[in-house]
Write a protein that binds this ligand. Structure first.
Ligand SMILES: [Zn+2]
Length: 175
């Protein structure tokens, strides 16, 4: 169901602004998302770390076969698809209780960053909600979103508004 819903979504101006920023900054931008859709990629972003995984990928729950692109929409009550090894194929996303992906790379990027920006996130879901506290005091910390996040006090700047409108103006001041 989630694949079917996500298939119909299109990138918004915020996705496009971030992809454009990547074009300007190259590997000086570390783009990490909690979203499992592929809208950043559709907008043209090349290097996106999906800490909660990717809805349009699947993996085997048993063998070490690499995650693979999978756009199939399995209608219930169809059986769970099987890998050649006999294991069950599951979505390559982080379910509740599972550890997010690539936290080592994320914390390395946090250690290095000079500007930290959170966009459109609630500030509630851990560990992402604590990223700003990790860089506090040594990086410029910016929040952009329609509503104040739960961890607003941890940011030095809060820009409330539609990300698609706020981001292009902010990014113009970065380059
Ligand atoms: Zn397998």
């Amino acid at each position: 169901m989630r694949r079917r819903v996500a298939s119909a979504a299109k990138p918004n101006p915020a996705h496009l602004a971030l992809a454009k920023l990547e074009g300007t900054l190259g590997d000086r931008l570390f783009l990490c998302t909690q979203n499992v859709d592929d809208l950043h990629e559709q907008a043209g972003a090349k290097h996106v770390l999906h800490m909660h995984g990717e809805l349009f990928k699947s993996r085997c729950d048993t063998c070490s076969r690499a995650p693979f692109r999978d756009t199939n929409i399995y209608e219930p009550p169809s059986e769970i698809p099987r890998c050649d090894c006999g294991g069950r194929i599951r979505p390559h996303i982080c379910w509740f209780g599972e550890v997010p992906f690539e936290l080592d790379r994320i914390f390395h990027a946090l250690d290095e960053c000079t500007v930290f920006m959170a966009v459109g996130t609630s500030g509630v879901v851990e560990p992402a909600a604590s990223f700003v506290a990790h860089v506090s005091g040594r990086a410029r910390t910016i929040y952009v979103g329609a509503e104040e996040p739960a961890n607003a006090s941890a940011f030095t700047e809060c820009h409330l508004g539609k990300a698609g409108q706020v981001l292009p103006e902010l990014f113009a001041s970065f380059s």
